[in-house]
Design a protein around this ligand. Structure first.
Ligand code: SIN
Ligand code: MN
Length: 293
């Protein structure tokens, strides 16, 4: 899939592009149907909500689930990002966020690149988030909220929030959010929330400030997030486990566009469980880890 010149200009200005209904209901169902079995597994890669059994986020399914291994190589996501960066990509992070009916908790205001810099020492912001809705997203089930244009601020100040939810995040304080929203138009478009049918896709800049509220509705809001990083911009530290921040920097090779509808062989290296070194972490930069080894 190619971006038009207009889409590239819009991405530069707003920091995101929304593609409603990009995947057909049949393609989307191949993934949605696989989610309950993934969420039922008692593994470190399933992070549950605070005081709840509901899965907040499942990591790395592209390494052990066939439909997600195909999605991770889908040209509708990989090609436009590759084109924007002018370089091959590797998968920095792959997650399926639950935001389950009644139980899905908030994601505080943050920039993803803030976490990738602070925790993983990713050198620059040459990495992109791609969200794919597996359920319809409405104003009621905790849609993503963006502050358009906030990516132009680069990395903004953030604090490591270890308590609000079950998942640590580098978050932006309320005073700065209020300023950024005002700068983006205040009540006239200072916050936007792309909503649409299952199968929709959003590309968003790694410095775009975003959040989502809790899901008090009776409808799940399961979404997949691919974090695609330019190969030359790979992380320099393995402070987080490998199932959260990947260490395989090999370029992604796309499958054909019909890969979710037809059979294509994909490797599932973690199908029989995660290797134990996927849990190992180090606060040292990669170079000194290699010297020590
Ligand atoms: C995220 O920001 O990584 C997830 C937000 C959401 O799923 O609402
Ligand atoms: Mn995020």
């Amino acid at each position: 899939m190619k971006l038009t010149a207009e889409q590239r200009t819009q991405f530069d200005r707003e920091g995101y592009l929304f593609f409603p209904g990009l995947f057909t209901p049949e393609e989307t169902r191949t993934m949605t149907d696989a989610v309950p079995a993934l969420y039922s597994r008692r593994e470190a890669f399933n992070v549950r909500e605070k005081d709840s059994e509901a899965v907040r986020t499942n990591f790395a399914a592209h390494l052990y689930s066939e439909p997600f291994a195909k999605l991770a190589r889908h040209p509708r996501m990989i090609e436009p990002v590759q084109e924007l960066f002018g370089e091959a990509l590797y998968m920095h992070q792959f997650k399926i966020n639950g935001k389950m009916a009644f139980e899905g908790d908030v994601w505080q205001w943050h920039q993803d690149y803030g976490t990738w810099l602070n925790d993983d020492q990713m050198p620059t912001e040459r990495a992109m988030n791609v969200a794919i809705f597996l359920d319809d997203v409405t104003p009621f089930n905790g849609p993503l909220m963006f502050i358009p244009g906030s990516h132009k601020k680069g990395v903004v100040e953030a604090k490591h929030d270890l308590t609000t939810t079950s998942y640590p995040l580098w978050t932006v304080d309320n005073a700065l959010i209020a300023q950024l929203v005002e700068r983006s138009g205040g009540k006239q478009g200072g916050i936007v929330s792309p909503t649409g049918p299952a199968g929709s896709m959003i590309l968003f800049h790694s410095c775009l400030v975003h959040a989502s509220g809790s899901n008090l509705s009776p409808w799940n809001r399961v979404s997949v997030y691919l974090s695609l990083c330019a190969v030359s911009n790979h992380i320099r530290r393995f402070k987080r486990p490998e199932f959260i921040a990947h260490r395989d920097f090999s370029p992604i090779t796309c499958l054909p566009d019909d890969c979710l509808r037809n059979d294509y062989p994909v490797e599932l290296p973690w199908q029989n469980g995660m290797p134990s070194n996927a849990l190992a972490t180090s606060s040292e930069p990669i170079a000194s880890m290699r010297e020590a080894a």
